[in-house]
Design a binder for this molecule. Structure first.
Ligand SMILES: [Zn+2]
Length: 467
């Protein structure tokens, strides 16, 4: 057996690069194959759900939603991602087959395929073929960003509809979004017509300029804030309806917000920060300021070591100690696997239907967003719940998925444990009406259970009512 001569570093590098390129081709071919499989699975779902082309639109729609949920939970991706994969697979195996072939042959990457489909979806179908052919033409030589720039211009050139009409439609998409960022900050963005955006920026600049001029001209101490900071402060005050006379940093706004505070914070020493519901950790000063100025901030004590929620209820602020509030904290969001829709925007669903004897009790209630609420009632998705709030979902394909509460309350111990026995404690007395679709429940003081038997007398039970 002869030994191969050692490669020169240059030749070895060349060989590595060749392998990288080859792997890229294999990955792209596999992605094309995955799109084909997704489309094949979509066709099977109709059979599983017992839906045919003759079925009512609503049935076909629910079968599709069941599949979106099935694929999303299987791949552990957001449903929006799963939905896009399914829609892309359908387009690529139909109208845009040339693009799928280009992916399968390794000519374009999946990123360029997505760009192409995304932009093609914004032009009328009868021009899509022409768009696809021109878009793919120079794709192999272009970087993804160059490709995107070129096909954007291409779209504008071949789009038969005037820009004014397109803008009219795009305006329907206008909205405000909030995105958490690091260090107690976040981004608030407005998607709006360019002319209004420019006008708002000009207005904020003018307010900031005026403030800076007033500071430097009065002979007094000038405002230490930068122009950018001034513009932001004016914007926030305007949006909150806050005037200079308002003491609260939140102006006239009284949102229902929860601040969780580690028990030791009350004694002045802790390593754990307080948490703002819907955001995350905030510093102690901010937590104190918020709870002092806004009675609508509810305090929830947490265990200093485990972080488990100890109490929902008693604080120096008025708190509705009701079942709906308990569930909102426990669930945090919709309980469908992977869904992040906030609980305060979701329905409270009876896990076992009220109509078939399911009680209105904490371990038979869970938040489901409107979409997943309907999915549960109209498709083969099924759920069961355990007393600690864990939910087991079974998909139409028979796959199991689990959902755990965002904040499981700590189990209670001691002599006053409620009649149902061991942990977790029971929430307020059962409501007499089905809570489905609404969060209306009644709180009763009689449901409050006693203090734990250990020495932590500071720690009140989950259902202690307002002091
Ligand atoms: Zn949901």
């Amino acid at each position: 057996m002869t030994t191969l001569p050692a490669l020169s570093p240059q030749a070895a590098l060349d060989a590595e690069l060749s392998r990288i390129v080859e792997l890229d081709r294999v990955i792209r071919a596999a992605q094309a194959e995955q799109f084909r499989r997704i489309e094949a699975a979509r066709a099977l779902v109709a059979e599983v759900e017992g839906v045919t082309d003759a079925s009512p639109f609503v049935d076909r729609e629910f079968a599709m939603r069941a599949f979106v949920a099935e694929l999303g939970t299987t791949l552990v991706v957001h449903e929006a991602t799963a939905g896009r994969l399914i829609a892309d697979a359908r387009l690529l195996t139909g109208q845009f087959e040339a693009t799928l072939d280009a992916l399968a042959g390794g000519v374009v990457c999946v990123g360029r395929v997505r760009s192409l489909l995304e932009i093609a979806s914004t032009i009328p179908a009868e021009r899509a073929g022409e768009f696809e052919a021109l878009a793919l033409g120079r794709a192999p030589q272009e970087t993804p960003s160059a490709f995107r720039r070129r096909i954007r211009r291409l779209r504008d050139r071949i789009h038969p509809e005037p820009l004014a009409d397109r803008q009219q439609r795009a305006r329907g998409e206008r909205r405000v979004c909030f995105e958490p960022a690091e260090d107690g900050m976040g981004w608030l963005s407005l998607f709006l017509e360019a002319e209004r955006g420019i006008a708002i920026m000009a207005h904020l600049d003018a307010l900031a300029d005026a403030q800076q001029r007033a500071g430097s001209g009065s002979g007094g101490a000038s405002d230490p804030r930068t122009r950018a900071q001034l513009a932001l402060d004016f914007a926030a005050d305007l949006l909150l309806g806050r005037t200079a006379a308002d003491a609260s940093p939140l102006g006239v706004v009284t949102p229902k917000i929860y601040v969780t505070v580690p028990a030791l914070t009350l004694l002045g020493h802790t390593d754990q920060p307080a948490e703002l519901d819907g955001y995350g950790p905030i510093d102690d000063d901010t937590a104190r300021r918020l709870t002092a100025h806004a009675p609508s901030f509810h305090r929830i004590l947490t265990h200093p070591e485990t972080g488990a929620y100890l109490s929902y209820g008693r604080s120096t602020y008025r708190v509705p100690a009701d079942l709906a509030g308990y569930l909102r904290i426990r669930d945090g969001s919709c309980r469908f696997p992977g869904c992040s829709r906030r609980a305060n925007r979701a329905d409270i669903d009876h896990t076992t239907d009220w109509a078939t004897g399911g009680p209105t009790r904490h371990d038979n209630l869970a938040h489901l967003c409107r979409k997943h609420h309907r999915l549960k009632h109209h498709t083969g998705w099924r759920m069961t719940q355990t007393p600690n709030g864990d939910i087991r979902w079974t998909s139409p394909a028979g796959r199991e998925h689990h959902s755990t509460p965002t904040h499981p309350f700590a189990p209670m111990s001691g002599p006053h444990v409620n009649a149902e026995g061991s942990a977790p404690p029971s929430p307020p007395a059962d409501a007499t009406q089905p809570a489905s679709g609404t969060a209306s429940t009644s709180a009763t003081k009689s449901a409050a259970v006693g203090a734990p038997s250990d020495s932590s007398a500071e720690i009140e039970p989950p259902w202690a009512t307002a002091a």
